[in-house]
Write a protein that binds this ligand. Structure first.
Ligand SMILES: O=C(O)CCC(=O)C(=O)O
Ligand SMILES: [Fe+2]
Length: 336
């Protein structure tokens, strides 16, 4: 068993309902109908039925995902032939923009950081990846997505399109990026928070303008992460600005003026997971971004960022779960 865990609220909280454009609690059908009575009042019977069906489906999907993860990863590993094998091993000079390497050296050596832009409220941007790496990654992921029989999971609970990078073999690359580059940067930028980032969830999100069924943007939310890195991998689109609001603890009615950032290919945006943000719809083209939700078990073991309570842990058999860790005694209890 891995020592990593999820909080049991994963099976009831944070169900994104498209038709309502909001996240909901779904512990049972009666609870949902009661709690969201005001929001669903004007919906037709069919629409309500379809929401309830989607909710039950999403709950089952989450359970199957946790139970089936090691078999999914193994199937992908054995059935998929990599197109650009080089990008599955971390290579600093090939992957990272030189200015990013320099920035991290400056951060480690406590020198002034002149290769980073602070947009306010702990939102930073900097050149992160080389254009060649962005292109190879997009190309590899296209090839994975078009493979006829890989058991691919959707990237997260909000986005339908994109790839869960840890499922397709990128965990080691992201581990190195997180430990050796993002951690020293965070130590410097978020001194007060002192996050020890010991796991992550990495995925791409993909937005297409040419089909009404596709995701075109992403509604306002906070991330299940202490710190998030968001890197633009494509540039052939219009719109798609990332807009930051205040912290989730401020509530939606007390938000400071928004901060909008237009992404450029290879550029990384670093922000706190609790910072509310959204991606505006694209009006043209295809937008693919790499998102790395980085977690600190020390931090989240005390309080789950999704249910805001002490997490009720369930150990996962594969991967990082949601970045919680079991205490040794809990592990022992399980193994007896
Ligand atoms: O599309 C984007 O740039 C933002 C995606 C995002 O915020 C997320 O996946 O958490
Ligand atoms: Fe996000």
């Amino acid at each position: 068993m891995s020592k990593y865990a999820i909080c049991q609220c994963y099976f009831t909280r944070n169900f994104f309902v498209d038709q309502l454009q909001t996240h909901c609690l779904f512990a049972s059908t009666p609870q949902f109908l009661h709690d969201y009575a005001d929001l669903i009042r004007n919906l037709g019977q069919d629409e309500l039925k379809s929401i309830l069906k989607d909710l039950a489906h999403e709950r089952d999907r989450r359970r199957n995902l946790i139970n089936g993860l090691s078999s999914v990863r193994e199937t992908i590993r054995t059935n998929y032939k990599r197109k650009h094998p080089g990008i599955f091993n971390f290579q600093e000079s090939r992957m990272l923009d030189e200015r990013f390497s320099e920035l991290v050296t400056e951060a480690r050596n406590k020198r002034a950081l002149d290769k980073i832009t602070h947009h306010g409220r702990g939102v930073f941007s900097f050149p992160a990846f080389t254009p060649d790496f962005c292109q190879e990654l997009v190309d590899e992921l296209n090839s994975i997505e078009h493979h006829p029989n890989l058991p691919l999971n959707r990237p997260n609970t909000m986005n339908k399109y994109g790839t869960a990078l840890d499922d397709v073999g990128f965990t080691n690359v992201v581990d190195t990026l997180r430990q050796e580059f993002i951690q020293p940067l965070c130590d410097r930028l978020y001194k007060d928070e002192r996050f020890q980032l010991d796991s992550h969830k990495a995925f791409t999100v993909k937005y297409l303008d040419n089909d009404f069924k596709n995701d075109e943007g992403l509604a306002i939310h906070f991330d299940n992460a202490e710190v998030t890195l968001n890197v633009a991998l494509t540039e052939n689109f219009d719109g798609g600005e990332v807009v930051f609001h205040g912290r989730s603890s401020n509530g939606l009615n007390q938000q400071p003026p928004p901060i909008g950032i237009n992404h450029e290919v290879g550029q990384g945006i670093l922000h706190l997971g609790c910072q509310l943000h959204e991606a505006l719809p694209i009006t043209n083209g295809t937008r693919v971004n790499l998102i790395i939700w980085m977690r600190s078990s020390k931090h989240r073991n005390l309080r789950c960022p999704m249910c805001l309570e002490k997490p009720i842990l369930e150990e996962v058999s594969c991967g990082y779960g949601d970045g919680f860790t079991m205490h040794q005694s809990q592990n022992d209890e399980h193994s007896h």
